[in-house]
Ligand binder design. Structure first.
Ligand SMILES: NC(=O)c1ccc[n+]([C@@H]2O[C@H](COP(=O)([O-])OP(=O)(O)OC[C@H]3O[C@@H](n4cnc5c(N)ncnc54)[C@H](OP(=O)(O)O)[C@@H]3O)[C@@H](O)[C@H]2O)c1
Length: 332
């Protein structure tokens, strides 16, 4: 690495450690001076990509980014009216765009099975899958139709089941041209470690419920489970990564974190900026490494130095729980 590379790396690390500078638009503005090149024009021509939580914020921005690169995009949301509107907006922005609306509640495992069976019958090969759907609860534990805690279902159980149910489609693309799965996590995952006490109460049944903690912990779980899928699928030509988008001004942030949004508004990233690394990962399929966790087009640590990471036994119990709850094993 030359002098310029060493300086860039030092500045990048300092941005990360400062959190505020790295996560806001300042981080991407500085890093874009040296980060890897944009995908070539029409990098996704002839490829099919599915984006969940695509009716708003980062998901909608990712849809636009993928369409601009020539992909056929399956735009998934749970509300038919919002899906129709998002499809209309995508076509208005990119006339002639190949975009198909998909209706599925990612947190409802029966709905995921119904929708995936139909999708698999229509779509033979899938090159990109962005698990972006996300939600934040208040301080009241909310459950899904199957009785799972909501953030666990939307961030972990549903995406895990979708990945497994669409594995034949991903493998079909992986064998030919390569496929890519990206989990949209959050920098908030650094505050959650996945230790034995977490594994004792994966559904948050004991003690008082804290929506912010549940969000952070399920975002950590996304990083952990993406690593498992990554190891299981390398030989199939399928890359699996997780990432965090920094802080972007989206409807979700405005609604769930109004005070934070007001305080940080001038510094928040645009939705396009927040979605940039997801689009880049799917369009370029870069070499990855341990952790498989990205931000601003670079691999990032999965724990901060000095802070413990997930405990091996807790990870094992968490993965067993996910497999039992969904009935979907991890491929060996
Ligand atoms: N914005 C940020 O700064 C930030 C930071 C860190 C991580 N993230 C992550 O980035 C992702 C996108 O966040 P955002 O800020 O763009 O939020 P957003 O504007 O609220 O968008 C979230 C999307 O997920 C959809 N969704 C929620 N629950 C769903 C379900 N059960 N089934 C299907 N779709 C569902 C929403 O649809 P409805 O409109 O129907 O609810 C919406 O389209 C999330 O995973 C979030 O955790 C965002």
């Amino acid at each position: 690495m030359g002098e310029a590379g060493r300086v860039a790396r030092a500045v990048d690390g300092a941005l990360d450690r400062s959190v505020v500078l790295g996560y806001t638009r300042i981080g991407s503005a500085v890093r874009s001076r040296w980060w890897p090149a944009d995908p070539p024009p029409m990098a996704l021509a002839g490829k099919r990509v599915l984006v969940t939580g695509a009716t708003s914020g980062l998901g909608a921005a990712a849809v636009h980014g993928m369409l601009d690169l020539g992909a056929q995009v399956f735009l998934l949301g749970r509300d038919p009216v919002k899906v129709d509107r998002a499809v209309g907006e995508a076509i208005a922005a990119s006339p002639g765009a190949k975009v198909v609306g998909e209706i599925c509640d990612v947190g409802d495992l029966d709905d995921v099975r119904r929708w995936a069976a139909d999708f698999a019958g229509r779509v033979p090969a899938l090159h990109g899958l962005l698990h972006n759907a996300g939600t934040m609860t208040g301080d009241e534990r909310t459950t899904t139709a199957q009785g799972h805690e909501l953030t666990l279902a939307v961030h972990v159980l549903g995406p895990h089941l979708i990945t497994g149910l669409l594995l034949d489609q991903l493998r079909a693309a992986g064998r030919e041209e390569g496929a890519s799965v990206v989990w949209m996590s959050s920098g908030g995952m650094y505050s959650a470690r996945l230790h034995a006490d977490d594994a004792d109460d994966i559904e948050y049944r004991n003690g008082s419920y804290d929506g912010v903690q549940a969000y952070a912990r399920t975002k950590r779980m996304q990083v952990v489970i993406a690593q498992e899928w990554a190891s299981a699928l390398t030989q199939d030509g399928i890359r699996v990564e997780s990432m965090h988008p920094g802080w972007a001004g989206t409807p979700g942030v405005r609604q769930n974190l109004p005070k934070f949004e007001r305080l940080t508004r001038p510094l928040l990233r645009s939705a396009e900026d927040g979605a940039d690394t997801a689009v880049w990962l799917i369009a370029t399929r870069p070499e990855s490494g341990p952790g498989h966790f990205w931000h601003d087009r670079a691999l990032r640590p999965v724990t901060w130095s000095g802070r413990g990471g997930p405990e091996a036994q807790a990870v094992e119990r968490f993965l067993d729980y996910v497999v039992t709850a969904t009935g979907m094993p991890l491929p060996s």
